[in-house]
Design a protein around this ligand. Structure first.
Ligand code: ZN
Ligand code: ZN
Length: 242
C-alpha cells in the first residue's frame, strides 16, 4: 500500500475510534458498519415489495394475474402506485415511529427508497402533492408524515411540493365502513385548495402507507384538471393474493 492511502486508512481508523459511526438500521435500530439503510437481518425478512404485483395498486397478486380484484372492480383515479416496501412487522414498527413517535429522521431514508423506485420505473412528474392530515392530527403529532416524505422527495428530485389538498373533517372509525362509505366520507373530508395549482400537471401523490387505496384514490379523484396522477408511499399492505 502506498504511503498516502495508508495514512488515510489509519486516520479513518483513528477517527472511527474517537467518533464511532452512528449508522443504524432504519427498521430495527441494529448497528451498521456503513451507511446502508438496512441490516442483513431485516433484508432477509422480505421487506421489499417485489414479485408479481397489481399494475394499479402495487399489491402482491398471484403469478399470472395483472390486476387485483379490487382495482378491477373499483374506478381508480390514479394511473399507478409505487410502494417500495412491504408493510411487514419490521416496516410497521418504523412506520409507526414515523407517524406517531417523532421519527422525523426516517423521512429521508424512506424518501430515498421511493425515489429509487420511481427512477427504476423511469417515472416523470411535474409536482408533488402530499396526502393531507387534519390540523388537529398535525398538532398532536407535530407534523404530517406525508408532507415530510413529500419534502424529502422534492429535495431529491428537484420537483416542487404543492400542498393542494387540505383535510377539514376528521374521519374516524373508518374500519367498520364499507369501501363506498369510506370513499364518500373521505371525499367530504378533503378539499382542493386551488385548481390552478394542478391544472395540466402530472402529479405525484405521496402518502406513508397504502392499505385499501381509499385515501389515495379519493385524493386523486379531487385533483380535477391534473394531466395524470401517480401515487407513491413507503409501504404497501398485502391484503390478499386474489
Ligand atoms: Zn434491521
Ligand atoms: Zn390493485
Amino acid at each position: 500500500m502506498k504511503f498516502v492511502p495508508m495514512i488515510k486508512k489509519f486516520t479513518n481508523k483513528v477517527l472511527d475510534i474517537i467518533f464511532p459511526n452512528d449508522f443504524k438500521c432504519v427498521l430495527c435500530g441494529n448497528d451498521l458498519s456503513d451507511d446502508s439503510t438496512f441490516c442483513d437481518e431485516c433484508l432477509n425478512d422480505g421487506i421489499f415489495n417485489k414479485g408479481n404485483r397489481c399494475v394499479k395498486c402495487d399489491m402482491a397478486i398471484k403469478e399470472g394475474n395483472i390486476i387485483c380484484d379490487h382495482c378491477k372492480s373499483t374506478k381508480r383515479y390514479f394511473e399507478k402506485c409505487f410502494c417500495p416496501l412491504n408493510y411487514n412487522h419490521q416496516v410497521k414498527k418504523a412506520m409507526l415511529q414515523l407517524k406517531e413517535d417523532n421519527g422525523k429522521y426516517l423521512a429521508l431514508p424512506f424518501a430515498k427508497l421511493i425515489v429509487q423506485r420511481l427512477q427504476e420505473e423511469n417515472l416523470k412528474f411535474d409536482i408533488i402533492v402530499p396526502v393531507p392530515s387534519h390540523p388537529k392530527v398535525v398538532r398532536r403529532r407535530g407534523y404530517n408524515p406525508a408532507l415530510l416524505l413529500a419534502n424529502e422527495i422534492g429535495k431529491l428530485t428537484g420537483k416542487p411540493v404543492i400542498v393542494a389538498l387540505t383535510k377539514n373533517v376528521l374521519t374516524k372509525f373508518q374500519k367498520n365502513l364499507t369501501y363506498e362509505e369510506r370513499q364518500s366520507n373521505l371525499r367530504d373530508s378533503m378539499t382542493l385548495t386551488d385548481k390552478s395549482l394542478i391544472k395540466g400537471k402530472t402529479v405525484l401523490l405521496v402518502d406513508d402507507i397504502i392499505t385499501t387505496c381509499a385515501t389515495i384514490n379519493t385524493c386523486a379523484s379531487l385533483l380535477v384538471g391534473a394531466k395524470k396522477i401517480y401515487a407513491c408511499a413507503v409501504a404497501r399492505t398485502q391484503l390478499d393474493l386474489g
